[in-house]
Design a protein around this ligand. Structure first.
Ligand code: SF4
Ligand code: SF4
Length: 385
């Protein structure tokens, strides 16, 4: 058994390693997002294909039509499977130990704490009422994604917006997403994890299934000294010091309460029968390892999609040409090759030069009065005729 000093050292190390892992994941996903924007040949897949929630949005379409929604890839499904696997054991650890948008909010929270030295508190009744919004959002997003066959949440998604901050489409496609991103990050300076608490549909989904998990946090009432350090550190405002077992679906399983509790073995991560115990570091290690194993094996077998497929490849998989597959990085030449529509049609319709046929749409808009959306619309009408 550890003495108090050793325990404190181990807790500080656990908190440091957790934050380091979060920052590394945020760094990797940010880098992939930047490369997606700047590389023209074989760029990494977009943010939608690296988010497990995309798979949830696409689930109905996949079952009904055996195809995924545009911008979703096998990688989204593999990440959703990994998220569910860790959730069976350790509840919402995806939110507390993996999610890069949660980390971004936590980072702003830490900066805010340094600047303002305190956090604001929202009155309990208002807070409780607002927490239901994310469940409503989850229902609406999953329903309308299935109904319309598109990613309806995309223009409002702050994480997708974050990955388009340098894009010329930012204010044409993501103006609401930008406002939500701004509100979530600036808000996090004074109020922890605003988006996670009130708006995140993935968090809502994991909260709904968290009762199925084997492990939870338990408080030993006989050793607890009621210092309330656990309450103060909890980013989602759970009063851990009043609970025997942390049942709340709002708990994001960051385990910060466990690594701040000054009395050894007072907050424990354990199963229902209390026959197994895990340290916060072990939970972090198992969670990261599981994601790593799934991603590595499926990358080696070629099932984890890392790079964007060309339009021709996408058309081959889908079986027919869909103008919605067109993105700003594509060119008229690519569209012509994938759709079979002669390039002369584009030269006449858009009044561009031969050389412009090979320039991405997102760059052509600086030269001509049309955007990617206009090309999609033209093709939809052309195909209908
Ligand atoms: S109760 Fe503990 S593990 Fe859950 S969110 Fe709060 S600090 Fe994190
Ligand atoms: S931090 Fe530990 S000792 Fe302090 S109130 Fe919470 S559970 Fe009890």
């Amino acid at each position: 058994m550890l003495n108090q000093k050793e325990n404190r050292k181990l807790q500080a190390k656990s908190r440091f390693i957790r934050f380091l892992v979060l920052i590394v994941i945020l760094g990797i996903s940010t880098l992939l997002g930047i490369l997606h924007q700047v590389l023209l040949t074989r760029p990494p897949v977009g943010v939608d294909a690296l988010c497990p929630f995309g798979a949830l949005e696409s689930a109905y379409t996949l079952i009904a039509t055996k195809t995924m929604l545009n911008k979703i890839a096998t990688s989204s499904f593999l990440l959703l499977i990994s998220t569910l696997l860790v959730a069976i054991f350790f509840r919402r650890v995806f939110c507390g130990l993996i999610c890069p948008f949660g980390t971004l909010q936590e980072l702003f929270g830490r900066i805010g704490k340094k600047i303002f030295r305190k956090k604001i508190l929202i009155p309990k009744q208002i807070d409780r009422f607002l927490r239901y919004w994310k469940y409503l959002g989850l229902g609406l997003i999953v329903f309308f994604s299935a109904y319309t066959g598109t990613l309806v949440q995309r223009p409002y998604d702050p994480w997708v917006t974050y990955h388009h901050l340098s894009s010329s489409d930012l204010f044409s496609e993501f103006n609401i997403g930008f406002l939500i991103l701004l509100f979530s990050l600036v808000g996090s300076l004074l109020y922890d994890r605003f988006f996670c608490k009130y708006l995140c549909p993935m968090g809502a989904f994991l909260a709904l299934i968290n009762k199925l998990s084997f492990f939870r946090i338990e408080r030993n009432e006989s050793t607890c000294i009621k210092c309330r350090a656990c309450d103060r550190i909890c980013p989602v405002n759970i009063e851990v010091s009043k609970e025997k077992i942390v049942h709340s679906p709002e708990c994001i399983n960051c385990n910060e309460c466990v690594t701040i509790c000054p009395v050894p073995d007072t907050l424990l991560i354990t199963n229902r029968k209390k026959t197994r115990f895990f340290s916060p570091l072990a939970v972090l290690g198992i969670t990261v390892l599981l994601f790593f194993i799934v991603i590595s094996i499926t990358s080696l077998t070629g099932n984890f999609q890392w790079t964007v497929q060309s339009l021709t490849e996408q058309v081959k998989i889908k079986g027919d040409f869909d103008p919605n597959l067109i993105t700003g990085r594509m060119t008229f030449m690519e569209v012509s090759a994938a759709s079979g529509i002669p390039k002369e049609i584009f030269l006449n319709e858009f009044r561009i030069s031969e050389e412009d046929l090979s320039i991405p749409f997102k760059d052509l808009k600086n030269k001509y009065p049309f955007e990617t959306e206009n090309v999609r619309e033209f093709l939809k009408q052309f195909i209908e005729k």
